[in-house]
Design a protein around this ligand. Structure first.
Ligand code: TYD
Length: 231
């Protein structure tokens, strides 16, 4: 695997904010946890920009419709490029500006999803897919990635209970989702400082407490660094 590039706080350019991403398979509860974290930060006076991929911008909404709802096959490399195109536009137009204003960006899915779904799920290869995303984003890595880990069979049962039609990726077979889960765990093991891995079968209030603890440490370290830089 190619080495990590630059966490948001250290990336080139005046990036002053904090970049937090949520990752995991479909139906693991990322959106719920992202919303709880946003609420918690807002209650502490932080300005939060919450977004998601694919589909965090107007252009992204168009790309999201293709990747999730196109009927019929999309060549795996085309799929990887579509996610990377969504990401490039989203980072340039929404995420970097928010980080430059000093905000906390909370994002549902980012480049680790591409490595897991396209790299491992579609078997395109970890390094190629990761390098594509790093090119698309000029090397922007999150300061913290919360991985909500859950057995895909349990996650699937949650999605079935939701009673919404499955999209293109959710409709993939269980072997695909098993590869995705294993890749997320491998990514977390390779970058333990960036990842917080949590068992998503736990209650959501419990999970939120663990996430808040880790985010608080991150914000404290960030504030200390800002003071150090100003001296
Ligand atoms: P979404 O409805 O946002 O799913 P979830 O609520 O599970 O996050 O759908 C996004 C789908 O796109 C999801 O199945 C994962 C997939 N995906 C990729 O395959 N590659 C990517 O780079 C990203 C960001 C998402």
């Amino acid at each position: 695997m190619s080495p990590p590039v630059a966490p948001a706080a250290e990336a080139a350019g005046p990036v002053r904010g904090v970049f937090i991403t949520f990752e995991g398979g479909d139906g693991v509860g990322k959106t719920t946890q992202a919303a709880l974290l946003e609420e918690w930060l807002a209650a502490r006076g932080r300005t939060v920009a919450r977004s998601r991929e694919p589909g965090g911008t107007e252009v992204g909404v168009l790309i999201r419709d293709i990747v999730l709802h196109h009927r019929g096959e999309i060549a795996p490399r085309a799929e990887a490029l579509l996610y990377a195109a969504d990401r490039a536009h989203h980072i340039e137009h929404l995420v970097r500006p928010a980080l430059e204003r000093g905000e906390v960006v909370i994002q549902d899915r980012y480049l680790d999803s591409s490595v897991a779904y396209q790299g491992a799920g579609r078997v395109l290869g970890r390094d190629e897919v990761r390098d594509l995303s790093l090119w698309a984003t000029e090397g922007l890595l999150p300061d913290l990635t919360v991985l909500l880990d859950l057995d895909p069979a349990l996650a699937r049962a949650r999605l079935v209970a939701d009673d919404k039609p499955f999209d293109r990726l959710e409709s993939e077979q269980s072997a695909f989702h098993d590869r995705v889960r294993a890749e997320f765990l491998a990514l977390a093991a390779a970058e333990p400082d960036r990842f917080l891995v949590l068992d998503a079968s736990r209650g959501s209030a419990d999970l939120a407490t663990d996430i808040q603890g880790r985010v608080q440490s991150l914000l404290d370290a960030h504030a200390e660094k800002a003071v150090g830089d100003a001296d």
